[in-house]
Design a protein around this ligand. Structure first.
Ligand code: HEC
Length: 178
């Protein structure tokens, strides 16, 4: 009986090697956009690259063991989940309020040692205390600067800008001239 179960498991494992999930391999440009917008220094970029981007950007690195089932299926699921909560490749599309909130969670996740996600660190190693501090300090600086460097006001859906009376009269004047 036990022998049969093992045989079956082995068979499933072999078959699953052929059922490959889609890879998360977008261009690095979106990450570069985030890094520029958030003014990430080189050391911060390096730490994020080796600990976070695999699950929180559109670009995952795929060393050979990441191609092996069931690791590849587990990773694929975590990448989907991770990106849904926080995706640096979509940084530009977040409103200021969202950016601030993501960074607040970013700090919390690191301080509580919840990120990087557990089994991932078995292979990639834990975040060192010093690296954690570097990330948290940087995130605090980015948070304090949000909204201050933007020149154009955000006009994303859901952000209603108050319309001044002078604006509407100006529009009326223009249309009246035609
Ligand atoms: C192996 C994949 C993986 C890695 C690596 C990883 N994360 Fe995550 N992360 C997730 C998943 C999955 C979630 C969503 C579920 C959860 O909150 O546990 C998440 C959620 C988050 C969130 C949002 C939390 C919330 O409440 O919405 C932040 C912020 C975050 N991670 C930051 C980081 C940082 C910073 C790193 C690197 C130091 C990192 N993550 C590394 C998988 C990962």
């Amino acid at each position: 009986m036990i022998k049969r179960i093992f045989l079956l498991l082995f068979f499933v494992l072999v078959i699953s090697q052929f059922l490959r999930p889609d890879k998360n391999q977008g261009s690095y440009d979106s990450i570069a956009t985030f890094e520029a917008a958030a003014e990430a220094p080189v050391e911060v970029k390096t730490i994020l690259q080796s600990n976070c981007y695999d699950c929180h950007s559109n670009t995952t690195r795929y060393p050979w063991f990441m191609e092996v089932s069931p690791i590849t299926h587990w990773m694929s699921y975590q990448i989907d989940e991770g990106k849904e909560h926080f995706n640096v490749s979509e940084w530009d599309s977040y409103t200021d309020k969202q950016k601030d909130h993501k960074l607040e969670e970013f700090i919390e996740m690191i301080e509580k040692k919840e990120m990087p996600l557990k089994p991932y660190t078995w292979i990639h190693g834990e975040l060192s205390g010093q690296d954690a501090e570097t990330l948290v300090n940087w995130a605090k600086v980015v948070r304090s600067g949000i909204g201050k460097t933007e020149e154009t006001p955000q006009t994303k859906e859901g952000d209603s800008l108050p319309i001044k009376e002078s604006d509407t009269t100006a529009i009326e004047e223009v249309t009246a001239e035609e």
